[in-house]
Design a protein around this ligand. Sequence first.
Ligand SMILES: [Zn+2]
Length: 286
Amino acid sequence: MDVTLRTLFCRFAILSSALLAASSAFAQSTVQRMYVLYCGESTTKDVSANWSPGVNVGVARDFSDNCYLIEHAEGWFLWDSGMSASIAATPEGVTAASGLLTMYVKKTLASQLEALGVAPAEISRIAFSHFHSDHVGNANLFTAATLYIQEPEYDAAFGADAAKFGFAPKFYDKLAGNKVMKLHGDDDVFGDGSVTIISTPGHTPGHQSLLVRLPKSGAVVLSGDMVHFQDNWDNRRVPARNFDKEQSAKSMERVAKLLEDEHAKLWINHDKAQSASVAHAPGFVE
Ligand SMILES: [Zn+2]
């Protein structure tokens, strides 16, 4: 091998090992899997009373409620914590939202985490779509996690007027001492584009949704309460009790555009039929 060839060969070797390092770094930095956890269920006697104003008056509706546990090379990330485990002690259900809803918990989040072998203290990052009690019901389990939250939601939830926003601090007050990332818009949680918080205000002051780029299934957007079920999404209906109707409509349009751009699926947390079509823990999606 002459000198020129040897130099070229060396350069090629260096370049390929650099590429290999870069690609394995990329492979390590993506989401590995996502567990969808049962996090309660609820029913209303009249869906028009809040969720579809003027439509389906007097029609009952059941809602699912999920939590989403994401395994990433840099640690566990939990999205939403569902309804409080305390509801499990009342099998006939607990009324909420001024009697609009009855909530049931037939299996606790803690028991499902235990079955997966994941201790709450091992979950290093946590975010909630918003601070209503069907999403932060078990938040107090996660005092070791860094909390990702929009600043307007933080101010509403941890301020003196939390009840005005429909928030019940008893479910999440222990998070006041957590390390917190106060956000002002979207946030790429791991810095590799695999898990991105999307600011979708309207349902509450700092409501957010989650874009997850799954390694095999592709991109999904977890709705939080940006929308509650497919028919409302198809008709872009804004629930009567949302914090800001105009913001709510804008957030829906924003997510619709995001779904197009990302070729992403929308997973609607409270849509019972759609939730039932997704594998739940101990199964997972990749
Ligand atoms: Zn909800």
